[in-house]
Design a protein around this ligand. Structure first.
Ligand code: DGJ
Length: 551
């Protein structure tokens, strides 16, 4: 067969990437996720890595558009780019693979010292098959679509057909083989997302005869055990949730087989991302309408954990900017069996502060969606306009962590971390730091003095009506903490149970990490500490040693 224009052999691609990149470093193990006592680290080059990421727009995955992507990554101070790789792009003709974009992407990422998460737009992308090649998405006979309850056909492909699964596995495996060949030693690519926002809209599941037959089969024992349920078929065991749970199981099993095939070749860590169900369990769920049924929504995390052991983590795509909702979603996905990673987040400025909350809960990172300068903005879910000015709120928070990203990731895994983002109502937050110390975070404060001194109650810092604050704390030792934040006041105190003593700062150092070593620039005292530690919108990192005296 004749290769399509632009196609290349894998060997040619490997040679091109190698030539464009600096010499390979000593071999490290393949990136992987480790967990210990309910904490997680994404290990990259054998050390914990923090994803300060940005996700490109869906169709920015072509070489000509990369010059509009990299400046945004740089402006944002991001260290990781999440970029789609579409099935239609790598296998436009069945069996003929073209990895030229992947090669260009990797060599350009290396030149900028940026790591990559690759998003496999395969059988499902936002539930539909639109990124599958024409020979897949237009062949209903060979690759059947899902049947809705009323007998009509959905655009989404059914997860119940071997031909579809095998074709997807073949393409994804070819991608992983290529990555292993060109990047197996360098690890520019650190994470894979097999499929994208899998699930189905407009239906709860596939109602084809094939799917109906499977639905009347017994629920797998492993799932019954996990959920502590008695045997039966899906309807008997799960009642009104049966359709969604069955579809989640079917989707998770399919995606797991794609991921497993890829890992057998090159075991990069994997995650799946989900459109979101309302995080409030008391709210009526709009399954299949507002979120894709069968995707990794919080109510089916256990199902994914059992059906998809080759998926390392389930990640929420959070576009609801309300703080109550954002925080509730984080709580659903931060579990002892699931590393917290916000795979997509809105780009409105108010989303930037949530990094403090994500990292404070031991999260491995965050990716605002649609970060590039290709002229599209993600309004109304994201910012209405998007350009260098709009990136600044994200650059501000990323800028705090970027110089100490490795140190933070290590502390997050090996020590204790805490963090809060300003609630929409600006209310104060208490942080329990253990048996000795506690902390309180307040917002809309001037740096020197107390709010009750104000003659006019509303004489508050300009712009502070829009929530942007947050604080992150990492424990360095029994009485010592690394802290950073913005637009917030952090007050330390003794823990509630400690009586007869008063808290005093032993020492507050402002400084920064240089090549992993703390370098002090000054000591804070007097007005800089008398009214708490006040973070403005300037980048400040402090090392704080606490002490107490007897009353
Ligand atoms: C979620 C998807 O995963 C992204 O690829 C993108 O389509 C965004 N939605 C747009 O809001």
């Amino acid at each position: 067969m004749v290769a399509p224009a632009g196609a290349q052999t894998e060997r040619q691609g490997a040679a091109r990437v190698a030539a464009a990149s600096p010499a390979a470093t000593a071999a490290h193990s393949v990136p992987h996720i480790v967990s210990k006592n309910g904490k997680f680290a994404l290990m990259v080059d054998d050390a914990p890595y923090l994803i300060l990421g940005g996700q490109a727009n869906n169709s920015s995955n072509y070489p000509e558009f990369l010059p509009k992507v990299w400046p945004a990554i740089a402006d944002m101070k991001a260290n990781t780019l999440a970029m789609p790789v579409a099935w239609e792009q790598i296998e436009p003709v069945e069996g003929k693979f073209d990895f030229s974009f992947v090669d260009t992407l990797i060599s350009q990422a290396r030149a900028r010292d940026v790591r990559l998460a690759l998003l496999w737009f395969g059988t499902w992308k936002n539930t539909n098959p639109n990124y599958a090649p024409a020979w897949v998405k237009l062949d209903n006979q060979r690759f059947p679509r899902l049947t809705k309850k009323d007998g009509s056909t959905s655009n989404a492909l059914s997860p119940h057909h071997k031909a579809t699964l095998e074709a997807d596995i073949k393409a994804y495996s070819a991608l992983m083989r290529h990555l292993k060949k060109i990047d197996g030693e360098r690890h520019t690519v650190i994470l894979m997302q097999p499929e994208n926002e899998a699930g189905v809209f407009g239906s709860l599941r596939d109602y084809s005869p094939t799917a109906n037959a499977l639905m009347s089969q017994p629920v797998p024992q492993a799932l019954l055990t996990r959920l502590n349920k008695q045997p039966g078929n899906w309807s008997e065991v799960f009642g009104e949730d049966a359709d969604e749970f069955f579809h989640a199981w079917s989707m998770a099993s399919y995606i797991d087989q794609v991921a497993a095939a890829g890992k057998a070749i090159y075991p990069l860590p994997t995650y799946v991302n989900g459109s979101l169900r309302d995080p409030d369990p008391s709210k009526k769920a709009m399954t299949g309408l507002f979120y894709g049924s069968g995707g990794p929504s919080w109510n089916v995390i256990d199902i994914y954990k059992v059906a998809a052991p080759h998926i390392d983590l389930l990640a929420p795509d959070i576009y609801s900017s309300e703080s109550v909702s954002y925080e509730a979603t984080l709580k659903h996905y931060r579990r002892p069996d699931n590393a917290l990673y916000v795979a997509e987040s809105g780009t409105k400025s108010v989303f930037a502060r949530y990094l403090f909350s994500i990292l404070g809960q031991g999260g491995i990172g965050m990716d605002p969606f649609g970060l590039d300068y290709t002229g599209y903005s993600n309004y109304p879910l994201g910012a209405p306009y998007w350009g260098p000015e709009d990136v600044k709120p994200f650059a501000r928070v990323y800028g705090l962590f970027a110089p100490m990203a490795r140190e933070w990731a290590r502390l997050s895994f090996e020590s204790e971390v805490y963090g809060v983002a300003e609630p929409d109502d600006h209310s104060a937050q208490e942080i329990d730091l253990g048996p000795l110390w506690s902390a309180k975070v307040t917002y809309r404060q001037w740096q020197i003095g107390e709010t009750y001194w104000l003659r006019k109650k509303d004489d508050l810092p300009k712009g502070s009506d829009v929530p942007s604050g947050g604080v992150a704390i990492a424990r360095l030792g029994e009485n010592e903490y690394l802290v950073t934040g913005q637009s917030a006041r952090l007050t330390f105190g003794l823990a509630k149970g400690v009586k007869g003593r008063g808290m005093i700062f032993d020492r507050v150092e402002e400084g920064r990490f240089v090549k992993g070593k703390w370098v002090m620039s000054r000591i804070w005292n007097g007005d800089q500490t008398d009214y708490g530690l006040n973070f403005t919108d300037l980048p400040v990192v402090l090392k704080v040693r606490l002490a107490s005296y007897t009353h």
